[in-house]
Design a protein around this ligand. Sequence first.
Ligand code: 5GP
Ligand code: MN
Length: 339
Amino acid sequence: MENTDFNHIAEKISQPLQILITTHSNPDGDAIGSSLALATYLKKKNHSVQVMVPDPYPDFLAWMTGHEEILVFTSDRAECINAIERADMIIAADYNNLGRLNDAAHFVRHSKAIKVLIDHHLNPSEEFDYLISISRISSTSEIVYNIIEKMGDRHLLDKEIAECIYAGIITDTGSLSYACNYVETYIIMAELFRLGIDGEHLHRLIYDTYSESRLRLLGYSISDQLVVLPEYHTAYITLSKNDLERFDHQIGDTEGVVNYALSIKDINLAALFMERDGIVKVSFRSKGSFAVNTLAAEYFNGGGHRNAAGANCSTTLEETILKFNQILPLYQTMLKSVY
Ligand code: 5GP
Ligand code: MN
């Protein structure tokens, strides 16, 4: 935990505080897992803790300890604003700039609370007082494990915290298939099992809870909506508002769809374009050295990790896809050899 503000943060939390843990919009397994693991831990340290998300999280994450108490800004706005105003400390877990809180960002920016970032994305913004920002680590959940250990609080780790950390690591690494080439991740995994988690059961809770319409949407995405561009080693899937309505789309239903496009041999860049509430949500995935966070930031005002990034575009679906097609020639050479 070198080059972080760990010592400052440790000192700040040595007194009981009112702590608000926040995470990014479209919360994923690591967002919810790291936030709830931290919440349970900080409660054991006698802090008063609340977790807030900008918008709803998928049902397949609604089993982690403490999830019932999460405040959702889009539906509990007044309560969220109140929690922001009351907080002594606001923790940003699993995101690197307050803009990713959408409408809640304004209130957090204007709060007088100490702002702490705990995250594994590159380039944290300057809106935070203290940072634990380590991009090499698989997930924010893994960082949370490290923090608890470094605080000398191993004895406070329990099965419930371990389950949240497991969910975060598993979902951010595609079940230990990327962003996990360090031995530390596996040592922590082993510790989570020692704490009593049932990995097989948790994996099922996360991945084997499809509704029929979700599975059919996946089938349709692949058989009807997949475009493959072999000359650019690229494949992408487009889902319009109509498509999503037809398959009764629920939050989280398109999670993982983009990975199927990337699973084709010699395809090194994959994208999913989804029309949603007047914006286009884009997911990028890549193999090897091809950095989709750079592409997302330069052309779509987004960001993320080297091999998994995203953006929210205010252009139409057609305009967004046209732009994507126009920039591919710029990357043709880089897309050819990524290993
Ligand atoms: P997903 O495609 O699963 O929604 O997102 C993949 C990763 O891209 C996320 O973990 C996050 O790091 C990043 N990401 C997704 N959407 C956005 C966005 O709108 N802005 C930024 N800066 N990053 C995003
Ligand atoms: Mn993460």
